[in-house]
Design a binder for this molecule. Structure first.
Ligand SMILES: *[C@@H]1O[C@H](CO)[C@@H](O)[C@H](O)[C@H]1NC(C)=O
Ligand SMILES: *[C@@H]1O[C@H](CO)[C@@H](O)[C@H](O)[C@H]1NC(C)=O
Ligand SMILES: *[C@@H]1O[C@H](CO)[C@@H](O)[C@H](O)[C@H]1NC(C)=O
Ligand SMILES: *[C@@H]1O[C@H](CO)[C@@H](O)[C@H](O)[C@H]1NC(C)=O
Ligand SMILES: *[C@@H]1O[C@H](CO)[C@@H](O)[C@H](O)[C@H]1NC(C)=O
Ligand SMILES: *[C@@H]1O[C@H](CO)[C@@H](O)[C@H](O)[C@H]1NC(C)=O
Ligand SMILES: *[C@@H]1O[C@H](CO)[C@@H](O)[C@H](O)[C@H]1NC(C)=O
Ligand SMILES: *[C@@H]1O[C@H](CO)[C@@H](O)[C@H](O)[C@H]1NC(C)=O
Ligand SMILES: *[C@@H]1O[C@H](CO)[C@@H](O)[C@H](O)[C@H]1NC(C)=O
Ligand SMILES: *[C@@H]1O[C@H](CO)[C@@H](O)[C@H](O)[C@H]1NC(C)=O
Length: 594
């Protein structure tokens, strides 16, 4: 027989009879802290506990649902705002976690972790309230509520902050979940063997963080939703320099309007290949196999003059209040009116970018963005003195090379002189080896997660211009090759399902392609985990364009959508040639790249 394990709940007739203010006290939280030795390597600091009822008034709570790029809910909830601190024995460090505990009557035996984005961990602890879940946010021991990880990665030139790197890489979230599940049981008076359904949801670096949890703490999670993971971190981050290196190598810096025209014309040409002309390239594979970019040469383009302030895009700086950080990523730029026709040089740049990084000997080093994706990293800058378009090195890539590869505390590269494709491959190789066990996040054996019943829902916008969609496909293929060497992907879908989102950009919809986007992934996941209802398609809704409001049940990889001629229905087909177009190996590296 199971006994509520603490006195407060033993007095109440049922757990739900306790009110939020009954349980939301410092003494109650101190009583339920795991004692030293319970969680190996984690000693709680009882004197640092705070707990107070947060009375949400208006619709002020902003859920971080889905990580970056998602709207989240605007409902408000009363909850217990708790902060706890712990130290790693012998380290003399302090890690602060804030947790939000729903009212006992709202608690549905769930724990929820939201991912962050860019170099930030999530800092909002309230994301689980809409699901009746406890959730948390950790300062990761480097005051992550106020510092982005890239601002602390170096202790000095040449000296990597490995504690911060491990914490950002995977450890901080794993520890937050271990402690949070213990506290949830104690807080609501559950027995120690009661189930607390544990969920994760995030996109971009939040997707990478989710994969880190599946790979490292698989047995702790029941349902994990990862979008567009910024994993295979070395290759992914250095990739942000690749477009500039292509331009520098070919010595042509296309006017932004020319590149935009190349992308628009590609979308227009490839849209019908999937069987429906709706502004969306639902089959970038058919575009890659059937469309030749050279056919765009000679097409006129024209853009009006504009002054714009860009904050970067996609996998980028999110903390606008941090002026130092913003300075590196944001730029006010003037663009004169641009008129012309698409040149052979412009198409050569676009083609080289879509082809992906190869060594100068022609060995493939990495995959690239799908054809029809925006060429965001390729934007050049206008020099009003010379009247020419010039090199503009994306700080996302340049900062990574400076800090993580060269170990210099600088925010960007100032030149690409002397940089060849081989140099870029070398940067990837150095970073892959150096951060293999912390940031790379591509460990392909998910057996612990699978065996404890975990479910993984992984999705990626097919026209993502920041993290290539093929990066996710490659990881899915790596897991399948390691865990299901007989190649029966039907079995894998019992615990790991992957979906491409037609036309979508990085963790959101695409202004250039009015396609569908999933809106209720957590409902789908809760059904799968708590009710055993395994999905076979992913529910997504079109939010703009001629088909706004249309629901599309998206195809599960490796099947691909094909619209039936003349109707608004599509089937999910197996197309080996298409799948092959998504399949890569990377002979430029001597070790396997998962
Ligand atoms: C929150 O609401 C409860 C119940 O109305 C009240 O007892 C408590 O004092 C309020 N707390 C704060 C901080 O306003
Ligand atoms: C939660 O408590 C901490 C520590 O007292 C405090 O700094 C923070 O502002 C509180 N958050 C809310 C939303 O009340
Ligand atoms: C780190 O190295 C860079 C490049 O050499 C230099 O500009 C900077 O001053 C150095 N920082 C410190 C603190 O020495
Ligand atoms: C590309 O298409 C977008 C949206 O349809 C439009 O706003 C933009 O002006 C186009 N760009 C060019 C260069 O044609
Ligand atoms: C695209 O067309 C150009 C010009 O006709 C040709 O040289 C090139 O080989 C074609 N590319 C492919 C992949 O067919
Ligand atoms: C460039 O295009 C704009 C319209 O976008 C037009 O007003 C202007 O006259 C054109 N300039 C030239 C030199 O063709
Ligand atoms: C513009 O070009 C001039 C002449 O080459 C150069 O001196 C100047 O630094 C450039 N301006 C910028 C902002 O790069
Ligand atoms: C799909 O999601 C929408 C929006 O959340 C929801 O209204 C609809 O009921 C869902 N449909 C299915 C079949 O799950
Ligand atoms: C749970 O699954 C059963 C079928 O297995 C289904 O009939 C039922 O509607 C599901 N419950 C919910 C809440 O969706
Ligand atoms: C689609 O339907 C149109 C007219 O209904 C027809 O002309 C066309 O050949 C069909 N295309 C395919 C691929 O079946």
């Amino acid at each position: 027989m199971r006994q509520p394990r603490n006195a407060l709940f033993a007095l109440a007739t049922t757990a739900s009879a306790a009110s939020l203010s009954d349980v939301c006290t410092v003494s109650h939280v101190k009583n339920i802290l795991p004692s030293d030795g319970t969680l190996l390597g984690i000693n709680m600091l009882p004197s640092a506990v705070t707990a107070s009822v947060y009375n949400a008034s208006s619709s002020s709570s902003s859920s971080s649902s889905g990580g970056m790029g998602m709207g989240g809910s605007s409902s408000s909830y009363n909850y217990c705002n708790v902060t706890v601190s712990y130290t790693h024995p012998g380290k003399d460090d302090t890690v602060v976690i804030k947790y939000a505990f729903p009212s006992p009557s709202d608690f549905k035996n769930r724990f929820y972790v939201a991912g962050g984005g860019g170099y930030s961990l999530n800092s909002d602890a309230t994301g689980g309230l809409e699901y009746g879940a406890v959730s948390g946010a950790t300062d990761a021991g480097y005051d992550a509520f106020n510092n982005d990880y890239d601002s602390v990665v170096l202790q000095g030139n040449g000296s990597v902050n490995w504690d911060a790197t491990h914490m950002f890489g995977y450890q901080a979230l794993g520890e937050m979940t271990l402690i949070g599940k213990e506290l949830s049981k104690g807080f609501y008076g559950l027995a120690s063997d009661d189930k607390v359904y544990t969920y994760y949801e995030g996109c971009s670096d939040g997707g990478r963080e989710g994969m880190s949890q599946v790979q490292r703490w698989g047995e702790e999670y029941d349902g994990v939703i990862t979008g567009a993971p910024a994993f295979r971190y070395a290759q992914q981050q250095v990739l942000h320099i690749f477009s500039s290196v292509v331009e520098h190598t070919l010595d042509y810096y296309p006017p932004p309007c020319e590149l935009a025209k190349i992308v628009n014309a590609t979308i227009a040409a490839c849209d019908p290949l999937d069987g429906r002309t709706d502004g969306v390239v639902s089959r970038t594979d058919l575009c890659k196999l059937n469309f030749n970019l050279t056919s765009i040469i000679g097409t006129p383009y024209s853009c009006a003059a504009q002054t714009s302030t860009s904050l970067g895009f996609g996998f980028s700086k999110r903390n606008d209040h941090k002026h130092k950080r913003q300075a590196a990523g944001s730029e006010t730029s003037y663009q004169p009116a641009q008129n012309g026709t698409v040149s052979a040089q412009g198409v050569a740049v676009a083609q080289a970018i879509y082809n992906g990084l190869h060594t100068t000997q022609g060995e493939r080093a990495y995959l690239s963005w799908q054809i029809a994706s925006e060429l965001s990293d390729a934007s050049s800058t206008y020099n009003s003195t010379t009247g020419k378009w010039e090199l503009d090195i994306t700080s996302m890539g340049g900062e990574y090379v400076r800090k993580f590869v060269q170990l210099l505390d600088l925010d960007n590269l100032d030149t690409l002189d002397g940089v060849t494709y081989d140099t870029v491959v070398g940067w990837m190789d150095t970073a892959m080896v150096r951060y293999y066990d912390t940031l790379q996040t591509t460990h392909p054996d998910l057996t612990a997660f699978k065996q404890s019943g975990g479910k993984l829902l992984h999705y990626h916008g097919e026209s993502d211009p920041s993290v290539p969609a093929a990066s996710s496909v490659h990881y899915w293929q790596s897991v399948r090759a390691i865990m299901y060497p007989d190649e029966s992907d039907a079995d894998m879908s019992d615990f790991y399902q992957f979906y491409l989102i037609p036309g979508a950009a990085h963790c959101g919809t695409n202004t250039l392609q009015p396609g569908p986007y999933p809106q209720n992934n957590m409902e789908t996941m809760i059904e799968w985990v708590e009710n055993g209802t395994k999905p076979s398609r992913l529910n997504a809704t079109v939010s703009s364009g001629d088909y706004a409001g249309e629901t599309q049940m998206l195809c599960q990889w490796p099947t691909r959508p094909l619209w039936q001629n003349g109707s608004d229905t599509f089937s999910c087909v197996r197309d080996e040639k298409s799948v092959q177009s998504w399949t890569y190996d990377f002979p430029a590296f001597k070790i396997p790249v998962f």
